[in-house]
Design a protein around this ligand. Structure first.
Ligand code: M6R
Length: 359
């Protein structure tokens, strides 16, 4: 039931602070120590490499997971699009461990990969929102997102829940390996800060609607740019804009623009910069300047400690690794308002189904 909300998507965006709190309650004890099946932890530790597999938004959550696992556990981690992996499997390490990310647990492309993985006898975990879904039943282990049903075709709270759960799992794994960086990563406190930060962003709906009006209503194309983790979020931000607002959006590595794509920038092209990582902030800012010099109309989404008075949207500060949980929220709302004010069916965009059960 969407209650007083005009569309499920908005309700699901608004639910994200509670989803963060629920995950912390479910998977962390009062002292902030992860409570995850020890057999799963040991199975992952026995591997020499993690392979994250997913489609669409779940693939994008995997791109953030890679950073979390590599930082907090030192385990090399690859991320793959399931429809590609299924038919062009890369060379695997000697002891792979597979993590399937899937909101629905039914995506055919991911099921195909899991059936190959099972045939080869490799261990696997499914992280899903749907208990007893096919991918959950067919993997060796399951962790549930507990995000509540996600009805809108555009995935929102599943993305942030997947990232939060990856963070908890990475901490559990790294801590169990005795790594100081994982021990010091206070995921419980951080998820509390994230929940409050998300609330502050969703409380700024008027501002986001205004920015959508100024930047996105009169265009059929746009760019999201960033570096590193911010580049990964820019892919998800662009996907939201494409699928529900029908704006041809590209998520791009900001440093790569000048190697060709900047030719597309002309007077009025919207370019949105995501800036949450200290080491690349000034670089992305100069890449934005390069687009301004070619006529782009730019917007910035910046974490507080890196922000200045000219920035359009300022995000509360949390651990850098968890900034995607905040930077994606304005992008979700920008896509929402652009779709809404174009009079589109936000929850059921054309040509799309909630769960894609054909390859
Ligand atoms: O249920 P899944 O997470 O496996 O679904 C994967 C994609 O189909 C899904 O994330 C899709 O990209 C969304 N519509 C994006 O908003």
């Amino acid at each position: 039931d969407k209650g007083t909300y005009p569309f499920y998507m908005l309700k699901e965006v608004d639910e994200q602070p509670n989803v963060m709190r629920k995950l912390a309650q479910t998977y962390l004890d009062a002292a902030g120590k992860p409570e995850i099946d020890d057999k799963l932890i040991k199975a992952m530790q026995a591997a020499d490499r993690l392979y994250i597999v997913g489609a669409g938004t779940s693939y994008h959550a995997g791109l953030i997971g890679k950073r979390l696992f590599e930082k907090l556990t030192n385990m090399p981690t690859e991320v793959h699009v399931s429809s590609e992996f299924a038919y062009e499997q890369p060379l695997l390490s000697a002891k792979p461990f597979f993590i399937f990310l899937t909101q629905s647990g039914e995506t055919a492309d991911s099921r195909e990969v899991l059936s190959n993985v099972n045939e080869a006898g490799y261990p696997s975990l499914t992280i899903t929102n749907v208990e007893n879904s096919t991918l959950s039943r067919e993997a060796n282990y399951t962790l549930l997102l507990h995000a509540g049903p996600e009805i809108a075709v555009a995935s929102t709270k599943a993305y942030t829940a997947q990232i939060a759960l990856e963070a908890i799992l990475a901490k559990a794994l790294g801590e169990d390996m005795g790594l100081a960086i994982a021990k010091d990563f206070d995921v419980r406190t951080q998820l509390g800060l994230v929940a409050n930060g998300m609330q502050a962003i969703v409380d700024e709906k008027d501002k986001l609607e205004e920015l959508s009006n100024d930047f996105l209503m009169d265009t059929n194309r746009a760019f999201y740019i960033g570096r590193g983790i911010d580049q990964a979020v820019s892919l998800e931000a662009a996907l939201k804009l494409k699928e529900i607002s029908y704006v041809q959006a590209e998520g791009f590595a900001s440093g790569e623009l000048k190697h060709g794509t900047i030719a597309l920038i002309e007077k009025g092209t919207p370019v949105i910069g995501i800036i949450t990582q200290a080491k690349t902030a000034s670089l992305t800012r100069s890449n934005l300047q390069e687009t301004i010099a070619r006529g782009a109309k730019t917007m910035t989404i910046v974490r507080e400690s890196l922000a200045n008075d000219d920035d359009d949207l300022v995000l509360p500060d949390v651990d850098e690794l968890l900034m995607p949980l905040l930077s994606v929220v304005p992008a979700q709302l920008l896509a929402y308002y652009t779709s809404l004010n174009k009079g589109l069916d936000v929850d059921k965009p054309r040509n799309l189904a909630k769960s894609v059960t054909v390859e």
